[in-house]
Design a protein around this ligand. Structure first.
Ligand code: CTP
Ligand code: CA
Length: 222
């Protein structure tokens, strides 16, 4: 839909979206990351803006531009993303964590470019902080939305994540196929709500999907 015809359901609301991959440094020129394009998060930011919200987008490297009128906070690591999101959390009405946050990061980061003369290299990985779970523990009035990428037993895994992270909604992606999800322009998801309801949303553009999802989330925003 054209932005001027979008219902202004989010007038006066503060929305924060995270998007894209995180980048976990090994040394100054090498890192671990993933294939997230950031398209879903950017679509959510754009549509939330069109729906009247003040939108902050905390993002790793994106394959699409940040929409006009959205406050962009670029970050690299999961640790930076955690900081930028938690420091703003109190003032927010809705947080949508569509970023593909790294689960692991190198335990030791070399301050200089690692040299081959040292021979074979073993990189020890440690777990990153779960940003969504941290927010779930801190939340008061905020509506919290997580994403989940699953390749098997989607319903079981998604329902478990919803509970474990204390979120209001979980948007589950079946990433076992390849024409939806990472990098694609379309997406097909299942929306799990805290009240136990499950809604399958048909395959559609990420922008159309963003509009549908934000309309559902609004029901829970005070
Ligand atoms: N997430 C997060 N911080 C992390 C890892 C994930 O905030 N360190 C968030 C993601 O942004 C997403 C949700 O948690 O909204 C679910 O991510 P997902 O990778 O599906 O689940 P995990 O809990 O990381 O479990 P696993 O990867 O083992 O399935
Ligand atoms: Ca993960």
């Amino acid at each position: 839909i054209e932005s001027q015809f979008v219902p202004k359901l989010y007038m006066g609301k503060e929305v924060l979206i995270t998007a894209g991959p995180t980048v976990e440094r090994i040394d100054p020129v090498r890192y671990l990351s993933n294939d997230s394009s950031g398209k879903m998060g950017v679509a959510l930011a754009e549509v939330a803006r069109d729906m009247g919200a003040r939108v902050t987008l905390v993002h790793g490297p994106l394959q699409v531009p940040v929409p006009d009128g959205v406050t962009a906070i670029p970050v690299e690591s999961s640790e930076e993303m955690l900081r930028e999101v938690t420091s703003r959390f109190e003032l927010l009405d809705l947080v949508v964590k569509s970023a593909a946050v790294a689960d692991y990061r190198p335990k030791n980061v070399y301050s200089e470019k690692h040299k081959k003369v040292h021979g074979p290299l073993t990189i020890e990985l440690e777990e990153t902080t779960d940003i969504l779970k941290t927010l779930g523990e801190q939340k008061t009035h905020q509506v919290l939305v997580g994403f989940a990428a699953e390749t098997e037993r989607l319903e079981e895994h998604a329902a478990a994540k919803l509970k474990r992270k204390n979120v209001d909604f979980l948007v589950a992606n079946d990433v076992s196929g390849s024409d939806i999800g990472f990098g694609a322009d379309d997406n097909e998801v299942v929306l799990f709500s805290g009240d136990g309801s499950i809604l399958k949303l048909p395959k559609q553009s990420k922008k159309e999907l963003a509009f549908e999802l934000l309309t559902y989330f609004k029901e829970a925003v005070r």
